[in-house]
Design a protein around this ligand. Sequence first.
Ligand code: PMP
Length: 428
Amino acid sequence: MRKFTKSQKLFRKVSRIIPLASQTFSKSYLQFIKGWAPLFVSHAKGAAIWDVDGHRYIDFINALLPVILGYQYPAVDEAIKKQLQKGIVLSLPSPLEAELAELLIKHIPCAEMVRFGKNGSDVTSGAIRLARAVTGREHVAVCGYHGWHDWYIGSTTRKLGVPRSTQSLTHKFEYNNIKSLEQIFRRHKNQVAAVIMEPMSYDEPKNNFLRKVKALAHKHGTLLVFDEVITGFRFDLGGAQKLFGVTPDLAAFGKSMANGMPIAALVGKRRYMEKVKDIFYSFTQGGELLSIAAAIATIKEIERRKVIPYLWKLGGILQKSTKALIRRHGLEGTIEVKGKPVWQVFGFHETNGFSDLEIKSYVQQELLQRGFLWFGSHNMSFAHTKRDIDGILRAYDEIFERLQILLSTKQLRRALRGKPITNIFKVR
Ligand code: PMP
């Protein structure tokens, strides 16, 4: 049996000096069954990752999606090393910035001009400030998760520390519910600067939803911003806007841009992007070159190796087969797998008196024992092979069979070795 002694020991030490013992909510102990999961990792290569206790896993988290090609991908790592010999960050802009901008413009339908950021939050926040500057309005409509800054996080339950005046400017609407957006426009007539949304997360757009959102926003003189921090470079190199054929005014890209190096991009129509000069959007590391070189190499590799069709195909097999196993074991009411094949997300539902998180924790506990790092999604990478997919499917088959029995005999709680995963806060 896999034990996690070193992880546990390290956790006790680290939690005294690093709040949450993690830099990211989604990588923290809150996402894992207590005592029976790795909490720290040492290294990773391809699709595999090793924890501090020395256990190897096939990684279905992939650093929360930046790792699209696989860990230590040679063409990207070489580009980083080559740039390292020329300097990490320089005192004036480098021509490499324009090279990356051109690549983004080539692929992303709305991109006529580009500015970089480091995190997804940089560029979603830049888009909102820009939309406010362009329209002279203050309110924003949001749909999905858009980052940690005040303007967005004030609209969630994690709003501690955000001024009420800021909270009152952000309004949530529901995906596939155009009426919920209409209501915001009715209540805040001529006051909405931007509609920002994930073009798709778990659910498919229905009844021309994206087109309707765009028409409604434009009818009210509001900018449409697509948050493509996840969909960008996964759904398509041109993002979900390319896949669905709906072009927004501005868009935010991040995560998978550079196979793990920290870089994001604010892109959009020239007539709006020109105004970036007038707002304050500027930071010391905006032109940091290891990330820019890595992004160029990543995009070229995605083009050359036809990475995205591969992710769709392999992810498609995995999603279809997982759904078949759920059906075979009579768990349709308990487990579902949503999203596109390139980024699939599990939904768990309370069954026979057991909570969604207890059920998810059981599946996680068993997957970890079988060598799969998993927190409820399939974050596909180019390094995943058919063998990896077959491996996790075999594991699901065993786990679901047992789960079905544990649920129907009401024994699940006894099968859990530790306290279940805690819910952080739901944004989607
Ligand atoms: N938008 C979306 C859709 C995201 O998934 C995330 C990150 N999870 C962000 C924005 C924020 O990105 P970051 O964490 O890099 O600031």
